[in-house]
Design a protein around this ligand. Structure first.
Ligand code: ADP
Length: 595
């Protein structure tokens, strides 16, 4: 477009790839949310306009106003529209006035369960609780409200009927300064965890042409009613009965906009800039083929989707699909920002083809050094429910238990071959314990190496190491099947990845100290994070399930609870402290005579 970009970065992002993408690059201190610093940086480089991305400031009316005051074009809707749509309760009124059905809402006195409690100012699934009967209501309401107050500075809550088995279907709209308002079809974002999307596609397999036409018309009606300009998304829920209900408007470009780009051939960010410059919108496009996006997150699906951190040791994005990411080897995934690492987006002539391409792309993606949801995404895409286009917002299969056997073999043989740490050899050292001790998850495993054979626990595998010229790889023939494993070693861990599995293996010392039986229990941090609140004092008596500490990482809260009855011996952390996974937070001595 002939535009010279300037970018801003925070201290934590000093070496992030985007700092090399700008013609001018400006440090703004600790936070991307510092409006004054960003406006100041814009003035220093003589910027004409600001694209706010899709972070918090993109939906912040005060920021849009600050841009206007500084004579900068804010690339997005007007501050007025942002403010009005920022509250779900106000947005509902607009939708109702435009004749669009909204989810039935309740007053506290007359609820029909199940109910969903939502923060009116909410976003990103925070401040939201589903309640199935009256007895749970009070606690859920209080915890949702306090989360909303902390996250959004606004404790106004909304009670809606919880629609079981709903599909999340949203319509992309675009308005220009000449009174044109068009829709760019829908996206189905029903596959979610913690009310946050992980897989999105366009078109939605839940709609037929008639329902699509009605929903797109409803979205355009809401846009017109508020004089919407630039990019926006009108979100709906579609009940199993095929009735649809408005839920909210997002007044920004969305994370999942690439699927719309692939099925319309339009570049939505370019269009945002065009519209902000006063150009008219193009003619409404046609829908071409099918696109699906998967979000790769630094998180552990097997451990409650808790965020993970680490240094990226290997990043090989897939070919032949679109990849939106700002990742590189050597980069640190920390606790400061959202755990989304990359978006992988496929396009096909039909859904079946797009799906096949995306599965293949995920299988060929290599990302080592941090636990990700890669295998879980593959698992979801391969389920019958998703393949048949039936996945609703209630769909979330339990993460499959991976089989780490071949990965353990690959790790041990790789270490053996690279000789960074020679292993005891059974034949040469008959007097020493010949086993190698490893830990994977919570399981300890002994491995014995023999000629053309490796024994992992009770299992024994016939294995041949094949010549391999690439570093960070080993090729094995196990049971006559040849496969290549990608390997990275970082912070004492061995990361192994193949087509559809990843393993993180810890090598243990050969002679561990014998752990003395202890009367104490400790609560350890399950994730890297920051201590938000400490809920107990030394000497305090606690019962199983009582909350001890609240941690926060990547904008997500986690409450750590005691698993025993006892007395708090010591609190080992302070509010605000950054803790590592496994770090001891609280020590509790068990009360005697407990059954
Ligand atoms: P946020 O602004 O936090 O993203 P939304 O209002 O967009 O919140 O809702 C996020 C998700 O929560 C929806 O996609 C859906 O899965 C679920 N949800 C919200 N409202 C309801 C409802 N009334 N019934 C069932 N599910 C709902």
């Amino acid at each position: 477009m002939g535009i010279s970009p300037a970018v801003v970065y925070t201290e934590a992002d000093r070496n992030a790839p985007h700092t090399r993408a700008g013609d001018e690059v400006i440090a703004i201190g600790a936070s991307y949310l510092d409006i004054e610093k960003i406006i100041d940086a814009s003035k220093r480089v003589g910027a004409g306009a600001i694209h706010p991305g899709y972070g918090f400031l993109s939906e912040n009316a005060a920021f849009a106003e600050a841009c206007e005051r500084a004579g900068l074009i804010f690339i997005g809707p007007s501050a007025d529209v942002i403010r009005k749509m920022g509250l779900k309760s106000a947005a509902r009124e607009v939708a109702e006035a435009a004749g669009v059905p909204v989810v039935p809402a309740f007053d506290p006195g007359e609820m029909k369960f199940p109910v969903i409690i939502k923060a009116s100012a909410g976003g990103g699934g925070r401040g939201m609780r589903i309640v199935h009967d009256a007895s749970q209501f009070h606690d859920a309401f209080e915890s949702a409200r306090s989360e909303a107050e902390r996250s959004f500075g606004d404790g106004a809550m909304l009670l809606e009927r919880y629609i079981e088995g709903a599909r999340h279907v949203e319509v992309q709209i675009f308005g220009d300064a000449h009174g044109n308002l068009i829709h760019l079809f829908e996206r189905d974002c029903s596959v979610q965890r913690r009310h946050q999307k992980i897989i999105e596609e366009s078109p939605s397999p839940a709609l037929d042409a008639e329902l699509r036409q009605r929903m797109c018309a409803a979205a355009v009606a809401i846009g017109r009613a508020i004089g919407y300009t630039n990019a926006g998304t009108v979100e709906f829920l579609v009940a199993p009965s095929r009735e649809f209900y408005f839920i909210e408007v997002n007044t920004r470009i969305q994370v999942e906009h690439p699927v719309t780009e692939l099925v319309t051939g339009l570049d939505l960010v370019r269009l945002q800039i065009d519209v902000a410059e006063g150009k008219p919108l193009p003619a409404p496009p046609r829908l071409m083929g099918h696109a699906i996006e998967a979000r790769l997150y630094a998180e552990d699906p097997a451990n409650g989707f808790l965020p993970s951190t680490g240094g990226i040791r290997m990043w090989r994005p897939p070919h032949h699909v679109r990849v939106d990411a700002a990742l590189e080897e050597g980069m640190q995934v920390g606790i400061h920002y959202d755990p989304m690492l990359a978006k992988i987006i496929s396009h096909g002539t039909d859904r079946e083809e797009a799906l096949r391409k995306l599965i293949l792309a995920l299988k060929s993606t290599r990302l080592l050094g941090v636990t990700t949801n890669r295998e879980y995404l593959i698992q979801i895409l391969e389920t019958e429910e998703f393949r048949e286009g039936r996945a609703s917002t209630n769909f979330l299969p339990s993460p499959a238990q991976p089989d780490h056997l071949t990965h353990i073999a690959a790790a041990v043989l790789y270490l053996e071959r690279t000789r960074t740490t020679p292993f005891p050899n059974y034949r040469n050292n008959p007097y020493r314990d010949p086993s190698i001790k490893l830990k994977i998850g919570n399981e300890q495993i002994s491995v014995h190496l023999r000629k053309n054979e490796i024994c992992v626990g009770q299992a024994s595998l016939p294995v041949l190491v094949l010549a391999s010229t690439t570093p960070n790889q080993i090729t094995l023939a196990i049971d006559n099947i040849t496969q290549t494993y990608d390997i990275a070693i970082s912070a004492g861990h061995i990361f192994v990845q193949s087509q559809s599995a990843s393993s993180t293996i810890l090598r243990l010392p050969r002679h561990p100290r014998s752990a003395a039986a202890t009367q104490r229990e400790t609560a350890n941090s399950p994730m890297p994070g920051q201590v938000l609140r400490i809920l107990v004092k030394e000497g305090q008596q606690v019962k199983t399930g009582d909350p001890l500490v609240v941690l926060e990482a990547m904008k997500m809260e986690q409450t750590i609870r005691t698993t025993i009855n006892g007395v708090v011996q010591s609190v080992l952390v302070e509010t605000g402290q950054v803790v590592a996974p496994g770090q001891m937070l609280v020590q509790i001595s068990a009360l005697e005579n407990e059954s």
